[in-house]
Design a protein around this ligand. Structure first.
Ligand SMILES: *Cc1c(COP(=O)(O)O)cnc(C)c1O
Length: 364
């Protein structure tokens, strides 16, 4: 059977390894496995959200409210936007897919930084579009402008803070890029980790409202990271109503589940949980910075819930990831992104203890 030609150069997305795999392959007890690979919230899901999920269990046979009225109401109040500025996706991933499908084809191209979220490329390739990347993993104004003028891409992705590197682009810099691009190009501002950046340094805080004045910009947010709902798959896009109206044409009905919808509504009302998550994170990430300094390791200053350690030629990130995996510690090897580096999600104090114990042994 012949598949679409575009599939020939698509590499399947490599998700963080599940705990079950380590249990199966290395015979380690599940409670001893530490998963710091997918930037999930280490303290889990808020108690209020868990309660909501239980209370909604007997509604599992019902389709969700397809208008997602209540979730949009909470989001529109939180961000001071109108409900027709919002589209909900099964993760912000699905919104990325709607964007790609509504704008791209074999004659179009997309532009992104050298090392950034892998799905931008995969969704663009599914549509047969060309991929251009700047030279740096940071989002540098001059590099973006040079490539923009040369290729006139249909979409420019700005991932801030950036995954898998952890660096962020200041609001001033992002607004400068936005202000220099004409309206035939869509700019996607992916704020999956914005809660962490905003808490660390206001200069990096971008809100949907900041970009709403531009008809060719969309802001993406997710419940998967700071809100602790990775397993429920809920994200959103916020933009001018005309753009949202077009994206809606790509949306399947009931695209998030009844339980996910209820969970997201409860989560968006529980600011205390997010504050606690960020406070724990800020305290624990210091240990990773200190460990790096004490052991002569280089790291990228992080504005996210993970940290990226850069290795020199004496250390190999794939071997390191494998050695840790055999010890029941799952982290992310960045070799497939062309970097000799590992990305570690900041865990709970106990998870981080386990990481440092094994990591110290492996490096010595
Ligand atoms: C996690 C992540 C997303 C979206 O995740 P969903 O779970 O699909 O909402 C989007 N962009 C980046 C950069 C991410 O790291």
């Amino acid at each position: 059977m012949k598949f679409n030609k575009v599939l020939e150069n698509i590499k399947t997305y490599e998700a963080g390894k599940p705990i079950e795999l380590v249990v199966r392959e290395f015979g380690i007890a599940p409670e001893e496995v530490v998963k710091l690979a997918s930037n999930e919230n280490p303290i889990g899901t808020s108690p209020a959200v868990k309660q909501t999920i239980i209370e909604n269990a007997d509604r599992a046979h019902l389709y969700p409210d397809d208008s997602m009225f209540e979730l949009k109401a909470v989001l529109s109040e939180k961000y001071d936007v109108h409900d027709d500025n919002i589209i909900i996706g099964a993760g912000s991933d699905q919104v990325l897919e709607f964007i790609s499908r509504s704008l791209l084809n074999e004659n179009e191209s997309v532009l992104m930084s050298a090392v950034t979220f892998a799905m931008y490329e995969i969704y663009a390739k599914q549509m047969g579009a060309k991929i251009y990347k700047t030279a740096s993993y940071e989002h540098k104004y001059n590099e973006f402008m040079e490539a923009y003028k040369m290729y006139r891409p249909k979409i420019i992705y700005i991932c801030t803070p950036n995954n898998p590197t952890g660096d962020a682009t200041s609001k001033a810099e992002v607004m400068k890029i936005i202000g220099s691009i004409d309206k035939e190009t869509l700019i996607v501002v992916d704020g999956a980790y914005m809660e962490y950046a905003a808490a660390k340094d206001k200069k990096y805080a971008i809100t949907p409202k900041d970009i709403l004045g531009y008809e060719n910009v969309i802001y993406l947010g997710t419940f998967s990271k700071a809100y602790g709902l990775g397993g429920m798959r809920v994200g959103y896009g916020i933009a001018q109503a005309g753009l949202i109206h077009e994206l809606y044409k790509m949306r399947p009905p009931f695209n998030i589940s009844t339980l996910s919808l209820a969970a997201a509504i409860a989560a968006s009302k529980d600011d205390v949980f997010v504050e606690e998550s960020i406070a724990l994170h800020q305290e624990q990430i210091k240990r990773y910075e200190l460990f790096a300094k004490e052991n002569g390791l280089v790291y990228i200053e992080s504005y996210t819930n993970f940290i990226t350690y850069l290795f020199d030629e004496k250390m190999d990130s794939s071997k390191m990831a494998d050695a840790l995996l055999r010890r029941g510690v799952i982290i992310r090897d960045l070799a497939s992104y062309g970097m000799n580096a590992i990305r570690i999600t900041i865990g709970t104090a106990k998870q981080n203890d386990t990481f440092f114990r094994h990591f110290s042994e492996v490096i010595s």
